[in-house]
Design a protein around this ligand. Structure first.
Ligand code: G3P
Length: 496
């Protein structure tokens, strides 16, 4: 009987499950959006139980749609929104607080304090990250300090912490397995990416008991078997990676120097830097890409917090489009943004500015400004933020990036992709299959159970569907980018 791989992709706005066959083709797909909670300005939360119930629901749906039950699934791979923090009671499995989402800025003041007390170098050297509310550690600390009784329970060993991968594995195994992988661990601000272990100095700095933390594993190995009733038999869970690292793997950026950019809620550009842990400059992050076959791979990363989410905001906040795909047609009604610049810093700014207090700004409107100009300015904002990140990445790597592999929902937008190639002055390559996050997790799981022999076998599944070549005149590119930089400077000047 044919066997398949089930990939669970738990993202910021939806839970997805995809069944893949041995040629890397999609056999079935199920997806469900879930509730976003914004209890205060700058706060973003998810209900961990809803994360689990939607993920379990789509896993069951995709399995049934493919005409499968557990027996014909060779392995499960998990990929997830990273940094999002969940703390739960080990005995009851109940979360003590909502998941604090990676976009949440509530710990920005505390991060300032860390910077003022000169912790930046220590944290940078050990974790490869900058001090920012984005990462998990300050969120865990917030839960321990603000949920009544949490700190005492944590110190008594009664609480468990996990990023979303850990939470899913815990639930899939009914509390038997408490693990994460190196790629997710590297986003917590608690993980030493040189020694590949939780770091005692950092645990002390953030006052987090080690007993809460999951065991850190490779990205491709059997962690345990399912114990849920979703599947008719036990299925091995054999791959875990944070969604951006999984996308890098799914894009087969397995050689040093290869770069991908994923256009999801945010935009995350990762460059494979090989097996050496290099520390970059220019506010680029160093992160663990994966550990496969006993070998650790590192990556440089540039993180943009709002990309596809700006289109969602045009739909749900402004109401100028009814569905996300309408943005392309609307933006195509005009030649350019008509002088409108839009910086969608809804949850602060990431690479290269790292400013948690920045907010959105739209400037340059006249009586002639139409919805189409705003749509166009929104797409331009995604592209210009990517330019800033790519330039920082090039400076960090000390060499130019010759081509960019792209994936994620917004890459279906040809207008955006062409504009991206134009303003980057770099080739933008869209593969035939753009769900590379889920595919990467499937590959990791499949490799662990011998479903695929090695990376060379899966490399041949990657194919370019379209190459966007830059065509815009360099003077026009320079003029547009200069205007964007002015807009950014204005946002930063407005920000305290
Ligand atoms: O670091 C946050 C990132 O993992 C979120 O990814 O795809 O949910 O926007 P996504």
């Amino acid at each position: 009987m044919n066997k398949y791989i089930l990939s669970l992709d738990q993202g910021t706005t939806s839970s997805r499950a995809i069944v893949f066959d041995q040629a890397g083709n999609v056999v079935s797909l199920a997806q469900k959006e879930f509730t976003q909670h914004f209890p205060q300005a700058g706060w973003v939360e998810h209900d961990p139980r809803e994360i689990w119930s939607t993920q379990a629901g789509v896993a069951a749906e995709a399995t049934v749609k493919a005409g499968l039950n557990g027996t014909n699934i060779a392995a499960i791979g998990i990929t997830n929104q990273r940094e999002t923090t969940i703390v739960w009671n080990r005995a009851t499995g109940q979360p003590v607080y909502n998941a604090i989402v990676w976009q949440d800025r509530r710990t920005a003041e505390y991060c300032n304090h860390l910077r003022e007390t000169h912790r930046e170098d220590l944290i940078r050297q050990k974790t490869g990250l900058v001090i920012d509310a984005y990462f998990s550690a300050t969120k865990i600390r917030w839960i321990l300090d603000n949920v009544p009784g949490a700190r005492e329970q944590a110190e008594a060993g009664e609480l468990a912490f996990g990023t979303v991968d850990t939470w899913l594995v815990w639930n899939l195994t009914r509390g038997v397995v408490h693990v994460t992988d190196v790629s997710n661990a590297s986003r917590t601000l608690l993980f030493n990416i040189q020694t590949l272990d939780w770091d005692d100095d950092l645990l002390e700095l953030f006052t987090i008991p080690r007993s809460m933390l999951p065991q850190v594993k490779a990205s491709s190995e059997v962690y345990g078997e399912t114990k849920t009733t979703i599947f008719a038999s036990k299925v091995p869970i054999a791959g875990i990676a944070g969604d951006q690292q999984a996308a890098l793997f799914g894009q087969m950026c397995v050689e040093p120097g290869m770069v991908k950019n994923t256009y999801g809620t945010g935009c995350f550009m990762l460059m494979n830097i090989g097996t050496q842990c290099l520390m970059p400059s220019d506010n680029v992050l160093t992160t663990v890409a994966w550990k496969v076959g006993g070998q650790v791979n590192y990556a440089f990363e540039g993180s943009i917090f709002i990309a596809g989410a700006v289109v969602q905001w045009l739909r749900d906040g402004l109401g100028i489009i009814r569905s996300s795909s309408e943005v392309e047609t609307l933006a195509a009604q005009v030649e350019d943004s008509g002088g409108v610049s839009f910086v969608p810093a809804f949850t602060g700014l990431g690479t290269p500015h790292w400013n948690p207090y920045a907010t959105g700004m739209m400037i340059g409107m006249t009586r002639g400004t139409k919805a189409a100009h705003i749509a166009r300015a929104s797409l331009e904002a995604i592209a210009y933020q990517t330019v800033e990140v790519l330039r920082a990445m090039e400076a960090a790597a000390g060499r130019p990036v010759k081509e960019l592999r792209v994936d994620g929902g917004a890459t279906a937008n040809n207008l955006l992709m062409q504009f991206q190639a134009d303003v980057l002055q770099t080739k933008v390559i869209r593969p035939t299959f753009t769900e590379t996050t889920a595919l990467g997790a499937a590959y990791l799981a499949g490799l662990a159970v011998g479903y695929w022999k090695d990376i060379d076998e899966i490399k041949r599944f990657w194919k370019a569907e379209r190459v966007f070549e830059p065509t815009m005149a360099p003077e026009k590119v320079a003029e547009g980018f200069a205007r964007w930089q002015r807009a950014i400077r204005t946002v930063l000047a407005w920000t305290r």
